[in-house]
Design a binder for this molecule. Structure first.
Ligand code: FAD
Length: 382
């Protein structure tokens, strides 16, 4: 294979590291720049562990680069929803009539590490950590990074922004007047809490995605391989019933005893987690176009971040990588054609999942608890 041009990827998260694998396999020299230190050498930020529901769309992408078995070895299949009503008991709603279909709970950090290892093992891939993109000239491909040693400049032939919801690449395109964007934040945020193992075993059924639907708030819990559960509480960020309304340990404990009574005995560090873990924001990013001049492109959350209620953001980012690879196939690696084609092919899908994710919030926090829903509907998603 002849050596192809150099591609620069900004962001070594899920999309960026998987994309590096796909492009290296096509014969490209790929340079990835990531603002964080190497996550394989450190610990995750408190309250930002995030475990993902990985479904068939994401698995398909991993299968194409031979990583699906390695990733699934660290995942736990969830065969349905376990709904926890406030009055006690639980109600299992399988994802398929036979109970055979599952989505997979996986730590975002563990998944990212597998992808980073896979990318680095391929010839032609170089990853520089602690390089934060702060400048981009779209016409010339000149990039400026902040590093611990000071400012660094490089010029790239192709620049792909896989730098997440707050994308600096998108920000630079916006600043140069070649892109428009809209950011719609929910007035809801999220906070992580933990249910540890009890006597070395899972405190709840490990093969389910647990949901506590409470109308204006909702909590979910996904199992981890160490037999703990990561819970994510979704609640408004301000107002009389919101994250801002609980200040003291006593108020926190009382709130959970009233609304999540079955969780209190299972979460001994509840108050400490609540007080110290951050509240994350939730929003939808829309922007257009996703490329400029056939030279700079956006994908994953950088192009179309969505709220997490359909469990499809990472799956969608992985699907982007597969589609971009297909567009390169179909255009004989002509980036000036492949990047606009990618935008055409993915835009309607991204808009559809953005709307479905918002609609699924209402379903998860309200409708899964209704008797009609329980009796009448088999669900296909989180
Ligand atoms: P990211 O994973 O955010 O990666 C972006 C990378 O770019 C990061 O490593 C970042 O450090 C780096 N970066 C940022 N700025 C710069 C810069 N200036 N210079 C250099 N590098 C930079 N998805 C699912 O599919 N299923 C789920 O169940 C699910 N649950 C979720 C639950 C929660 C609470 C949240 C918040 C999200 C969830 N998601 C889920 C969504 C999923 O996490 C994202 O869609 C996915 O991580 C997007 O991948 P990405 O690579 O595009 O962005």
């Amino acid at each position: 294979m002849t050596e192809k041009e150099r591609v620069t990827i900004v962001g070594a998260g899920l999309a960026g590291s998987l994309l590096a694998c796909f492009l290296a396999r096509r014969g490209y020299r790929v340079h990835v720049y990531e603002r964080r230190p190497d996550p394989r050498k450190g610990t995750t930020e408190r309250g930002r562990s995030i475990n993902l529901a990985l479904s068939e769309r994401g698995l398909d992408a991993l299968r194409r680069v031979g990583l699906v078995e390695q990733v699934l070895a660290d995942a736990l299949p969830m065969r349905g929803r376990m709904v926890h009503p406030v009055q006690g008991g639980s109600d299992f709603q399988p994802y398929s009539r036979t109970g055979g279909r599952a989505i997979n709970s996986i730590s975002r950090g563990a998944l990212n590490n597998v992808l980073l290892d896979a990318a680095e093992a391929l010839p032609g891939v170089e990853i520089d950590f602690e390089h934060r993109l702060v400048g981009l000239v779209p016409e010339t491909g000149e990039l400026t990074f902040e590093t611990p040693e000071g400012s660094a400049r490089v010029t790239a032939e192709i620049v792909l922004g896989a730098d997440g919801a707050g994308s600096a690449v998108r920000g630079q395109l916006l600043g140069h007047g070649v892109l428009t964007e809209s950011l719609d934040f929910l007035d809801y945020g999220y906070k992580e809490l933990t249910i540890p193992p009890v006597g070395g075993d899972f405190a709840l059924a490990p093969d389910a995605l647990h949901i506590w639907p409470r109308g204006t708030s909702m909590m979910i819990a996904l199992p981890n391989p160490d037999r703990s559960f990561t819970c994510t509480l979704f609640w408004p960020t301000s107002g009389t019933s919101s994250f801002a309304s609980l200040g003291s340990p006593a108020a926190i404990e009382q709130h959970f005893r009233t609304h999540y009574p079955d969780v209190v005995p299972l979460a001994p560090n509840l108050v400490d987690d609540y007080l110290h873990n951050p509240v994350g924001l939730l929003g939808t990013v829309r922007c257009a176009p996703w490329q400029h001049g056939g030279r700079v492109g956006l994908l994953g959350d950088a192009a179309h971040a969505i709220v997490p209620f359909y469990g499809q953001g990472a799956n969608c980012a992985f699907e982007d990588v597969v589609e971009l690879d297909r567009c390169l196939d179909e255009t004989a690696d002509t980036w000036a054609m492949a990047l606009p084609l990618f935008d055409v092919r993915r835009r309607d899908n991204a808009e559809a999942i953005a709307r479905m994710a918002l609609a699924n919030f209402v379903e998860m926090r309200d409708k899964v608890a209704s008797p009609v829903f329980r009796l009448g509907k088999q669900v296909e998603h989180t």
